[in-house]
Design a protein around this ligand. Structure first.
Ligand code: HEM
Length: 331
């Protein structure tokens, strides 16, 4: 065995032994250098696969970002959204026919299993892929913390109840963030993810005149007319850009749009236009700040992504490193 490989292995083993003997040591804490010894090629592999996927379809960066969000909000970031099966999270209402990017994660996992078998968790792959999705869309670089373990089962009702809906009031969205340890500021900063990606007509057409006697007064009239044209006559799965001005570029334009009633979802526009109360005045002020200051948005976005990526798993979850991201390992 090559010397450097042997010393790496020794180091990994001694860390593991240290974890086992020092009762109470926080071996479950995430770090940015988690794979530096056990699988240093992880960054190259994830980066190359995300880059290739986005060259095919620039939207994929957005899809991978959302995949990470929907993973983290249900039982923490444990890759449970990736598990197949009719009772899986994939088939929960907010995810079915909506969340994308599973094949990209499969391709990354296959490469990593060749390179360092049984080492890199699916949950970490999703977190890293989201980070590169943001970066390659023109967004900020942030240090993705690693060392997650994969959950053994999915939680479909957790996904149905815990993920925010575009139709609910901002106060109840804030509550869902608070339930997982995030706050009002995180809601506004992370909603900035809607500077990239698409949404289907079924998720915003209640704001248009086709379904109501009058259109939503907090939606710009020209934008409403264009959306009406797009959504009329289809099956509701036609998509519109979440950021009407720069659909695939990660920038502060999302917040500018909100100032001029051009947020696509009710939950987007609500951050600026909801009836005045304590929460609404906080979100409104933050929208104003980020529309003025792109640097502030980028640095706060990175910080909130790290926070979201660290949502804890339910107490007592041991987890595993799945061999195939779609199924738990056989015991
Ligand atoms: C604040 C509450 C949120 C609500 C109500 C919400 C809702 C939605 C909805 C309805 C869609 C369109 C889904 C479809 O067309 O099937 C969407 C897309 C998206 N969401 Fe959110 N979202 C929220 C927060 C977030 C957060 C925190 C992130 C990431 C940090 C995020 C990232 C995205 C991205 C990137 C897309 C586009 C995905 C694509 O094009 O494939 N969202 N969101």
């Amino acid at each position: 065995m090559e010397y450097s490989h042997r010393s790496r292995l020794l180091l990994v083993c001694s860390v593991l032994v240290l974890c086992l003997v020092t009762q109470g040591a926080r071996c479950d804490e995430l770090t940015s250098d988690f794979y530096d010894w056990s699988c240093p090629g992880v960054y190259d592999v994830v980066q190359q696969q995300v880059f290739a996927a986005m060259r095919e379809e620039p939207r994929m960066g957005a899809s991978l970002l959302r995949l990470h969000f929907h993973d983290c909000f249900v039982n923490g970031c444990d890759g449970s959204i990736l598990l197949d099966g009719a009772d899986g999270e994939k088939f929960a209402l907010p995810n079915q026919n909506s969340v994308r990017g599973y094949e990209v994660i499969d391709a990354i996992k296959a490469d990593l299993e060749n390179m360092c078998p049984g080492v890199v968790s699916c949950a970490d792959i999703v977190a890293l892929a989201a980070g590169y999705g943001v970066l390659f869309s023109g967004g900020p670089y942030y240090d993705v913390l690693l060392g997650r373990r994969d959950g053994l089962k999915a939680n479909q009702s957790g996904a149905d109840n815990g993920l925010p809906s575009p139709f609910e009031p901002i106060s109840s969205i804030v509550q869902k963030f608070t339930d997982v340890g995030l706050d009002t500021k995180d809601v506004v900063v992370l909603s900035g993810a809607h500077t990239i990606g698409r949404a289907r007509c079924v998720l915003f057409s209640d704001r248009l005149t086709s379904t109501k006697s009058s259109a939503d007064p907090t939606l710009d009239a020209t934008m409403a007319a264009n959306l009406q044209k797009l959504c009329t006559g289809g099956d509701g799965n036609q998509t519109a850009a979440l950021d009407v001005s720069s659909a695939d570029v990660f920038d502060k334009q999302y917040y500018h749009n909100l100032l001029s009633k051009k947020g696509l979802l009710t939950s987007d526009q609500g951050l600026f236009s909801a009836d005045e109360d304590v929460v609404a005045s906080t979100t409104k002020a933050l929208v104003q700040t980020y529309s003025d200051d792109g640097e502030q948005f980028f640095s706060d976005f990175g910080a909130s992504m790290v926070k979201m990526g660290s949502i804890p798993l339910p107490a007592g979850s041991a987890g595993e490193i799945r061999c195939n991201c779609r199924v738990p390992n056989k015991k």
